[in-house]
Every structure is written in C-alpha cells, then in structure tokens.
Design a protein around this ligand. Sequence first.
Ligand code: NAD
Ligand code: ZN
Length: 356
Amino acid sequence: MHKNFKGVDKTVFGRGSFDQLGDILAPRRTGDDPYMVFVVDAYFKGKPLAGRLPAEANDRVYFISVEEHEPTTDQIDTLRDEILAQQGLPAGVIGIGGGSIMDIAKALSLMLTNEGSSTQYQGLNLIKKPGVYHVGVPTISGTGAEVSMTAVLTGPVKKLGLKCEWTVFDQLVLDPDLIASVPRDWWFYTGMDTFIHCIESENGHFNNAYSHAYAEQSLALCRQVFTVGQNPETDEKLMVASLMGGLSLTYSEVGVCHALSYGLSKILGTRHCYANCLIMNHLEDYYPEGVAEFKQLAALHQINLPQGLSAEWDDDTITKMAHVSYNLPHMWHHAIGEDWEQHITIDGLKDLFRRL
Ligand code: NAD
Ligand code: ZN
C-alpha cells in the first residue's frame, strides 16, 4: 500500500506573518461562544510576542512550560477537562511554540471532541471524531511537528502519538522572526533533528522520488544554515528545511538514530532532539557520510556532546532501552531491510547503547 496522507490546509510564510493571525482567526469565530484557546510556550510570557497575541475578550491564553518534561497524556486530559468545564467547546486552538507546544495543540484539538483519556487513542487511527480547528505557529524549527500527522504524548505505558488525518493542522503561520531568539544549543539540537530526518529518510528501503525531493532540498537548506550560523536569512531557510524534512520522513521513514532515540527518551526521559544528537555521534557504521558531516557541524558550533554516559547505566536500564528500540519494526525494515530481524538483535542494540 502506498501512503495517502492529508497535508496542512493553509500555510502563510514570511517575516511578520504572525500579525496576520487575527485576520486568519476572525472567520473561524463562529458558534454560540466563538472563543479561541491559545497555548503558548511559557518562554514568551512577558516577552513582546505575548503582547501581540490576537486574543479577544473571551479567549483563553495558557502559557505552558515545556522545560520539565515533554507533553504527557495527563497534561492534555487535565487541560481539556478544565477548558470544557469552564467554557465549553472552543472555536479553535492555536499552538505557539516548539515541537512540544505543536504536539500539545494538536492533541488538545482532538481530545476536546473525543471522550475519555488520551491514553486510549495513542496509536494509528484510534481517534473517533475530528478535533476542533487548530493552528500551528512554530517558534523553533527542526522537528517537523508542524507538518506531521502525529501528536507525540508520553503516557503511563507508551510514548506514542495520536496519529490520524485529523491531527494535521488546519493552518500554519511560519514567521521566521519568531525563531530568532532560540538559544544556540537548542537551535543546533532541534535543527539537527531535521538533518537526521533527511539522512535517515534517504538511506533506506522506503526512500522514493517524492520523499527524496524533499530531503534533497531540506539537506541543501540545512547545509546553508549550519555552515553559517543564526541570522535572519538562515532562520528563513531553517524554517523551510524543517517543513520539508518532516514531509520527507512522512513519505519515507526514519531509521536507526530515531529507533535508538525512542529507547533513550522512553527510559530516561532524554529530550527527542538532544537524544538524537547523542546517538547520531556514534552511528558511523550505519550512516558514515551523514555522521561525518554531523560531527563537523557540531565542532563548528562548539557543541560538546557528552561521552561515557552509558557507564552510569546498569544492564537492566540498557536492556529496557534496547527493547523499546527493537519494537519499532517499520524503522528497522526501512533502515536495514525486510529481513532486519536477522541482523538486529537485542544484544546488538545493547552494544550500540553502550557506545554512548
Ligand atoms: P521544545 O518545544 O521542547 O522547546 C525546546 C526549548 O526551546 C524549550 O526550552 C522552549 O521553551 C524553547 N523555545 C522554543 N521557542 C523558543 C524561542 N523562539 N526562543 C527561545 N526559546 C524557545 O523543542 P522542540 O525540539 O521543537 O520539540 C521537541 C518535542 O517535539 C518533543 O516533545 C518531541 O516528542 C516532539 N516531536 C514531535 C514530532 C511530531 O511529529 N509530532 C516530531 C519530533 C519531535
Ligand atoms: Zn525527529
């Protein structure tokens, strides 16, 4: 079966396009209480952007910190219950922030119309009803969460997305000015997520002309960005690279780095983009050229990735990580081949984790 996916309905791109958000929302303010819910990265609380939110009298603005943990099922359920109890169904949800806030906005939109806990919808096509209108406004680029059809949540049992056509944003506002304040280390880790998406998408069984075209362009943009540094022109390029990297992996697949990264994140809570960078540093056997380039870029930006981490991990921890990673068959099928089980073993994965 070939993938047949829904894309984002509308996209506005350009410096200052954030100021169009009010006009974009206006025709959506329909119904009895046509209010909007803004979920905004707490970083922006008290910053100029907070004063530019096109929030009207009845709208609700939540500043949410993403520092302590990635989005959880509990967090979404609690927020949804509070909103519905206090004001009923909103006309829309607007997420303004990084991958974490993109996922919170997507998941909240779905959970406002689907009963029960979000834990029961972690997986593919488990959501029963379309969510409310939702808009993504990224403020850090790289994860591709702005274009993906999944909202990744950590639950008591799984770290897995609510994945379906209704997850996809109705509208994107891509304003490169918004990513200018990203600190250099996060700019690198999150930006490298895109680079890694492309290397993995390209190097595997499911790569095809469609995913390749996006990866090729995204990699070209990444090179223009990461051989230079952060400036207004490279911010524009990185924003587009993130989108195209996301589309590339959607139509192909991620590979070894992401499979291991999920193991590390699930067991130790290491953040997605940082975990990818820690792992990519040791994958020369799988992606020799991509890893060499990654290392050059890390050195250029004086990003020191810690070594010797696994010395602190006992065998039980490493075994758990290996099992999480092993249970991502679509990634291994893509990266290694249909007969991946003959090449990838739990012990082999444990050895890879011990390289960290
Ligand atoms: P993030 O949202 O976790 O934010 C990283 C840090 O950057 C935070 O401290 C945040 O406050 C800060 N920040 C964001 N914008 C800023 C700005 N303009 N200026 C200054 N600081 C800013 O970062 P991320 O790396 O984009 O997202 C990671 C999350 O994305 C994880 O939860 C991961 O699971 C998820 N993810 C989702 C998908 C998907 O397809 N849905 C794909 C990959 C990753
Ligand atoms: Zn990723």
